[in-house]
Write a protein that binds this ligand. Structure first.
Ligand SMILES: Nc1ncnc2c1ncn2[C@@H]1O[C@H](COP(=O)(O)OP(=O)(O)OP(=O)(O)O)[C@@H](O)[C@H]1O
Length: 703
């Protein structure tokens, strides 16, 4: 049964809502471009965050472990009308999560806490694509049209371990219309389209590439993927992105996002699209990028092992080893070895901070001049390790994201393919340029850079994890330095992000299939659970930060605003204050001034919003503030008075049972009081998720 707030709890909730209302008055300027640091509560900038982090470390030594309230409530469901769908006007905040570490006495002076942000007003998807979030806004007729007759099918998970759910109750059904004619399905599921995308039509080229990609396994180890294609089962649903078989198995067939010719970046007229077989002529920008040098110590050089060994033998850097040994001596023994931020990360933070600081100090003498040769001997260039730039995949707030491609020798072809996207003997990497924004202080930029990289690098390597890396965390492979900035080398996800997928689905009128959305949700929750298990909360979960491999493997990306709530030296969970993320996905408690909140629970709220966005094809609300958003206010009102929300009640699924379980989970996610919100762990244990068939096989069957 869904949980809502009981009568006796109302006063407390009312107070909170009032507070959130009054805070909303002051939040107006919070996310303006270049808006100054908030003085009280709310987001702070990285420098303030650093101060807070030191305080926190002192506090942490004596404080008791904070535990989550696990109270769950039950409530009845009634029907109610829904308000108007909002047009999107979202925002995003950024923060740095680390500060440089100068000494290691006592509890390490590790400042891995993202408590902060200064806001910038920004369209949620204000990028080169001209893509607008409004494109996701649509009406509600589609939901009504989806209410159709159903026929039985086993759409459940093979895992029958959800105790109380006996097999006799598994009357899973699938929409009759969906089985009959996928095109009709598309029409019937069509979502009203608003706005348009200036992203050029990707289809002509990507369609031909798509078949190549579809035939190969996604980048995650094949053993972790469920196998569908060998089964001889009738295809019952076939949309542009999803194929469902009669036996309940499914496959994702995501398209490949086209690259833009590098030269177009410079204003040259070039042919749009790209060929994976051809390399473009290097130009000045390309040379700058390709000669970028890694900032990672050579001991971190885990790929291209053969080459690494040669360098280690020929060019051993004793100083690095000495520094490591010295730093290791001063670091106390971890109490929480599973934390993503442990001894190795601490050493790396120090090294990177030093290197980034040195680079900033010497910005007048870029690395390509005299010192470049010396540095190049100690490390490797981007071109040597990851290949040449072949095009641009997108634009972020901090710079362009390019794709580089490296041919590998036949002897290397057996190499671990989890590293990045691989086609034949070519490996593709995404290279994200990072430059300080406008007048962003160098120190703050360095902090943000280190934070994002260390968190992403540690999580994606899974070094501190018994089960190894998660297939749902984007691999962050390297941090390199160019003439005028830095670049992160990332696993390349050729199918782009969930935002683009939803936009395309909305545009083509197909929407996503319920089993498709459930599979993505399960992957998302598993990825987030992995992060939480290792002491990191993402804090900016949204479709734009979820990338895909063509086979439908979802990758959580962008750790720039992530929060380290527990390091290897802490047993307690650290809460944070201040709104972080994008308004539609931010949990309501983040807006309450000076209120500490559990970052894991805000991630859970965001997952719920993402899920609803996938199902509905539009946002739930613009912002969860009563006085700012009538749709959110309507949600709160309906839950209070009718104990249900019309939007959730009207959602349809292929299975009536799964629909019921899902609804229950949604009510438990959208608890505005965080103490009553369901955790990611519990969500993954729910009958809904247990019955969700997923493209990734998670070792822990409870997931
Ligand atoms: N590893 C990757 N593989 C494929 N596409 C990527 C990858 N990383 C980013 N992109 C694409 O590049 C575009 C810009 O990404 P980026 O992360 O810089 O944007 P952003 O979300 O604005 O980030 P930030 O919040 O750090 O500014 C997005 O459209 C994204 O889908």
């Amino acid at each position: 049964m869904p949980q809502i707030i009981s009568e006796e709890e109302k006063p407390e909730v009312d107070n909170e809502l009032k507070r959130s209302r009054s805070f909303s008055q002051s939040i107006k300027g919070l996310f303006k471009p270049g808006s100054p640091t908030r003085k009280t509560g709310g987001p702070t900038d990285a420098t303030n965050g650093a101060g807070k982090n030191s305080d926190r470390l002192k506090k942490l030594a004596v404080s008791k472990e904070q535990e989550l309230g696990g109270k769950r409530h039950e409530a009845a469901q009634n029907r109610a009308g829904d308000g108007n769908r909002p047009k999107m006007n979202a925002l995003k905040t950024h923060t740095g999560a680390f500060t440089s570490i100068k000494n290691h006495t006592g509890i390490p002076e590790f400042a891995g806490l993202s408590l902060s942000s200064h806001g910038q007003a920004r369209n949620p998807k204000e990028n080169s694509n001209g893509t607008s979030q409004e494109s996701l806004v649509s009406g509600e007729e589609a939901a009504k049209k989806r209410n159709r007759k159903a026929i039985p099918i086993d759409a459940g998970n093979d895992d029958d371990s959800d105790g109380d759910e006996s097999s006799s109750r598994r009357e899973n059904t699938i929409d009759e219309e969906l089985c009959k004619d996928p095109r009709e399905v598309r029409r019937s599921q069509s979502l009203q389209r608003k706005g348009s995308f200036s992203r050029q039509d990707y289809r002509s080229r990507s369609m031909s590439l798509n078949s190549r990609y579809r035939s190969r396994s996604p980048t995650f180890s094949a053993s972790n993927l469920t196998q569908h294609s060998e089964r001889h089962s009738k295809l019952v649903v076939n949309t542009e992105t999803f194929q469902l078989y009669e036996d309940g198995h499914h496959e994702h067939t995501l398209k490949v996002t086209p690259l833009v010719h590098d030269s177009q970046e410079d204003g040259h007229k070039g042919k749009p699209g790209f060929s994976l077989s051809g390399f473009f002529k290097s130009h000045k920008d390309g040379e700058n990028l390709e000669s970028a040098l890694s900032l990672l110590p050579r001991s971190r050089y885990e790929f291209h092992k053969r080459l690494s060994r040669i360098w280690d033998e020929e060019l051993g850097d004793e100083n690095d080893d000495k520094d490591d040994a010295q730093a290791g001596k001063d670091i106390p023994t971890p109490v929480n070895p599973e934390a993503a931020i442990g001894v190795e990360e601490l050493k790396l933070i120090n090294k990177l901070s030093k290197r980034i600081h040195d680079t900033s100090a010497k910005s007048a003498t870029p690395v390509t001049s005299g010192n470049a040769e010396v540095m190049a001997k100690k490390t490797y260039t981007l071109c040597e390790k990851y290949g040449k730039s072949i095009g641009v995949i997108g634009h972020g707030a901090y710079g362009t994201v390019k794709v580089v491609c490296k041919m590998i020798a036949p002897s290397e072809e057996e190499r671990d393919i989890t590293e990045t996207y691989k086609v034949g003997n070519k490996l593709y990497y995404a290279v994200k340029e990072l430059k300080p924004k406008g007048d962003e202080p160098k120190e703050k930029f360095g902090t943000r850079l280190t934070s994002e990289f260390i968190i992403g690098h540690s999580l994606s390597r899974g070094q501190n994890s018994k089960e190894g890396p998660s297939p749902n965390i984007l691999r962050m492979l390297d941090l390199m330095q160019t003439n005028d900035g830095f670049v992160e080398v990332l696993e390349f996800c050729p199918s782009g992000d969930l935002y683009s997928l939803l936009s395309r689905a909305s545009r083509s009128g197909s929407g996503l299939h319920p089993l498709e959305t459930d599979c993505f949700m399960k992957q998302l929750l598993n990825g987030v659970q992995y992060m939480h298990d290792h002491g990191i909360a993402h804090c900016d979960l949204k479709p734009e930060n979820l990338l895909f491999q063509p086979g439908g493997i979802l990758k959580i990306a962008d750790f720039g605003t992530s929060c380290v709530f527990q390091t290897a030296w802490e047993k307690q969970v650290h809460f944070q204050t201040g709104a972080v993320g994008s308004e539609p996905y931010v949990a309501p408690e983040e807006f309450i001034e000076n209120r500490e909140y559990d970052p894991r629970l805000v991630d859970c709220w965001s997952c719920g919003v993402i899920y609803c966005t996938m199902v509905l094809g539009h946002y739930l609300w613009k912002v969860p503030l009563l006085d700012k958003d009538s749709v959110y206010a309507s949600f709160v009102e309906q839950i209070r008075t009718k104990k249900e929300y019309a939007v959730f009640e009207e959602m349809r699924h292929v299975s009536t049972d799964i629909n019921r379980y899902r609804k229950s989970c949604l009510y438990n996610i959208f608890q505005w009081h965080p103490d009553r919100r369901i955790s990611i762990d519990k969500l993954l244990q729910s009958p809904w998720m247990k019955r969700t068939r997923c493209c990734v096989f998670y070792k822990d069957h409870s997931r």
